[in-house]
Design a binder for this molecule. Structure first.
Ligand code: NAD
Length: 337
């Protein structure tokens, strides 16, 4: 049974560097006295027939019950007869929006100092619907599915997010001039939702122009909402603006108020088990989870400690040009709490 006054959250340490960086998160949370009790679930050794995946039914149930969780990277084992782990999670938990905050880290110099934007990606359809086939030899077809239901749902989430976080502008990113029906419907849904939020400025930006604007002056944007494929690309572009995938957190929002935070990077097999991984992305993902739970004091405290450690520059992992181990860097964060 859950300990009174503690919030239960599911933790998937994941594969590769996952367990090492998950350990860092647990230690920092413990030192910051975050009122969370982790329910740990590992990727199984064999396929669970109930999920047709190495993820067990119990682990999915844990997220459904707790409604919050943190996920480390998962390497999908090669073989037949099972689904990708990430796809299983996305489909089974109906994780319809992927939210990626992207802001300049003070003290870690990149081309820009003033990036502060949020990308919100539709996560269930578009070009990633998995509907591809050959029409005749030499001709293949891929279906891009856009539905009113999924578009309204992600647009609602984007405006809700903007309002809840004191953001001023939502930009819908599209190519409706060419994809008139699909992106056209997506925009129509965004407009409908925008009408309910008169305090938030709404604009529509064509994807190619958006890319140019982002690399020239990222401060032009605030919250960006877009269909699946564009979101996949633009969110990595944004990560590049602030120093790469080792630093960027994300959070998946699912049906019934589920929030499953995850680092964007993979299991980094080349450095796994060597105490070299940078736990920042997973730790900042855990911070987005705390914000979802409205534990803002704890979130601020941990986020400040991470940023202070990176800014100080004394302890940095190799990916940021330093020579610290995962455990030394984690200890430095705890010292900054
Ligand atoms: P990767 O992100 O694991 O690694 C790319 C490079 O970045 C490597 O050199 C790695 O050492 C480095 N890197 C990544 N995270 C780091 C960190 N926290 N600290 C320091 N360095 C870091 O990408 P990949 O090699 O293409 O994929 C490896 C495995 O991860 C594959 O099995 C892939 O399917 C899986 N993957 C999972 C997810 C996920 O669970 N969301 C995402 C991407 C890839």
């Amino acid at each position: 049974a859950p300990t009174p006054n503690l919030i239960r959250a599911t933790l998937f340490p994941g594969d590769g560097i996952g367990p090492e960086i998950a350990e860092s998160v647990k230690e920092v949370f413990k030192s910051a006295e975050v009122p969370i009790e982790w329910e740990e679930h590992y990727v199984g050794q064999e396929i669970d027939p109930r999920t047709q995946s190495f993820l067990t039914w119990e682990s999915l149930e844990s997220v459904r019950k707790n409604k919050v969780g943190l996920k480390g990277p998962m390497a999908t084992p090669i073989g037949k007869g099972h689904r990708s782990l990430n796809l299983t999670l996305r489909k089974e938990l109906n994780l319809y929006a992927n939210v990626r905050p992207c802001y300049s880290l003070p003290g870690y110099k990149t081309r820009y100092d003033d990036v502060d934007l949020i990308t919100i990606r539709e996560n269930t359809e578009g070009e990633y619907s998995g509907l591809e086939h050959q029409v005749v030899r030499g001709v293949v077809e891929s279906l891009k599915i856009i539905t009113r239901q999924a578009s309204l749902r992600v647009a609602e989430y984007a405006f809700h997010y903007a309002k809840a976080h004191g953001r001023e502008r939502v930009s819908a990113i599209h190519k409706a001039n060419i994809m008139q029906k699909t992106d056209g419907l997506f925009l129509k849904c965004c407009r409908e939702v925008a009408e309910k939020y008169p305090d938030i400025t709404y604009e529509e930006v064509v994807i190619d122009n958006c890319c140019m604007m982002l690399v020239k002056n990222p401060a032009l944007f605030d919250v960006l909402v877009m269909p699946n494929l564009y979101g996949d690309i633009i969110s990595d572009l944004c990560a590049g603006l602030i120093g790469g995938l080792g630093l960027t957190p994300s959070c998946n929002i699912g049906e019934g108020g589920i929030a499953l935070a995850e680092a964007v990077h993979g299991s980094a097999p080349d450095i796994a088990g060597k105490n070299l991984a940078n736990p920042t992305a997973l730790m900042l993902s855990a911070v987005t989870m705390l914000r979802h739970l409205e534990l803002h004091d704890k979130a601020d405290r941990i986020q400040s400690a991470i940023l202070a450690t990176i800014a100080e520059g004394k302890y940095r992992t190799a990916d940021l040009g330093g020579s610290s181990t995962t455990t030394d860097f984690t200890k430095a964060i705890i010292d900054h709490l």
